[in-house]
Write a protein that binds this ligand. Structure first.
Ligand code: 13P
Ligand code: SF4
Length: 340
């Protein structure tokens, strides 16, 4: 019988665990071998039990591994959807299975709850690519241009910006400002992709996502050659050349939603590879071709660390009030724009 040792007790694949998790197995059986499932299921059952005991809610980003996405998350979504869920959460604890800037945003929008992240090292190359000094320098250089910061930034950058955006509403946010020129940071590719769709002049920096910057237009053309008729769905953190090759470009949830309207029975999602695993069960007739590119930050979040997070109430994500208040203004303005 597979056994998993946790700090408090040994977790086994018992009849009770099998019963508590049998509804999850069909959602993950395409991506998790049965012997591995019998090691993961006891952790899933224990996390779900402890979640109720502690009055906790788990928010899981679309890039989380299937056992977290389907096994323990109460809500899943893109960074905009999860920020909305975090704002509305009334559980005592919000455990964020995603990366640090997402958990920090939860703490900004809902300071009355305790926000936990299972691993403090779950960062983001975009979030780490910009400093407050750089933002201040840009503001001094372009004093009439409002600052739009991507959600993938730390709280102090949000505090320094006029409004935040996500991949689900970047163009709408830029155009909501009524300015001829905006500073848009830190994602160069997202900025260029927005610039190609609007008359607003965009000043940007050179941040990149280490996952999406790897895709090339040649690669997409090669996929099209190998799989004639394939539909290409891409995330706007990809380069403009890749987005130009795509049939649809959208946020992670936008990409998932697009699968319902796919015109081909073969689709490639040009993004982090766990997302295809997570949506396969809902689309049994679609062949999802996966370019297997993983986000090392998202993959820092595991069932074991999520359980520990609930057992030991760690790691708390807090934002000091002098940063939280201006950051909240920036996030709330974006939430008012909503999803476009
Ligand atoms: P979404 O807001 O589209 O979920 O994107 C977040 C992210 O980090 C993509 O790399
Ligand atoms: Fe950041 Fe890219 Fe990972 Fe998204 S996929 S969290 S943008 S490093």
């Amino acid at each position: 019988m597979p056994q998993v040792q946790t700090r408090e007790r040994q977790l086994e694949y018992t009849d009770e665990v099998a019963e508590a998790t049998e509804h999850i197995w069909p959602k993950v059986e395409g991506s998790i071998p049965r012997f591995e499932w019998e090691m993961k299921a006891p952790l899933i059952a224990e996390i779900n039990r402890l979640k109720e005991e502690r009055d906790a809610v788990i928010l899981g980003h679309n890039y989380q591994v299937p056992e977290i996405f389907h096994g323990v998350s109460d809500f899943t979504g893109d960074s905009l959807g999860l920020a909305q869920q975090a704002r509305d959460a009334d559980a005592e604890y919000i455990v964020f299975c995603g990366v640090h800037f997402m958990a920090e945003t939860a703490a900004i929008v809902n300071p009355d709850r305790t926000v936990l992240i299972p691993d403090l090292e779950a960062g983001c190359s975009l979030s780490e690519s910009i400093t407050v000094e750089e933002v201040r320098d840009l503001k001094a250089k372009y004093p009439d241009a409002p600052v739009v910061c991507y959600m993938n930034t730390p709280a102090d950058i949000k505090a320094e910006s006029d409004i935040c955006c996500t991949s689900a509403n970047a163009k709408a946010v830029v155009e909501s400002l009524g300015s001829d020129r905006v500073i848009f940071l830190p994602d160069q590719y997202l900025a260029e992709n927005v610039a190609s769709q609007t008359d607003v002049e965009i000043v940007t920096t050179d941040g990149k996502c280490i996952v999406h910057e790897q895709f090339t237009a040649d690669q997409i053309r090669a996929y099209r050659k190998q799989y004639p008729g394939i539909e290409v769905v891409a995330h706007p953190e990809c380069s403009p050349e890749v987005c130009e090759e795509a049939d649809f470009v959208g946020s992670t949830s936008g990409m998932i939603g697009h699968l319902d309207e796919a015109e081909s029975d073969r689709v490639i999602m040009v993004t982090e590879c766990s997302m295809s695993d997570n949506v396969q069960e809902a689309h049994p007739d679609l062949e999802l071709v996966k370019p297997c590119t993983l986000c090392p930050h998202m993959k820092k979040i595991t069932l074991e660390k999520t359980l520990k997070s609930l057992q030991e109430i760690q790691h708390r994500v807090e934002v000091p009030p002098e940063i939280r208040e201006p950051a909240l203004e920036s996030v709330e303005r974006m939430l008012d724009v909503g999803r476009s």
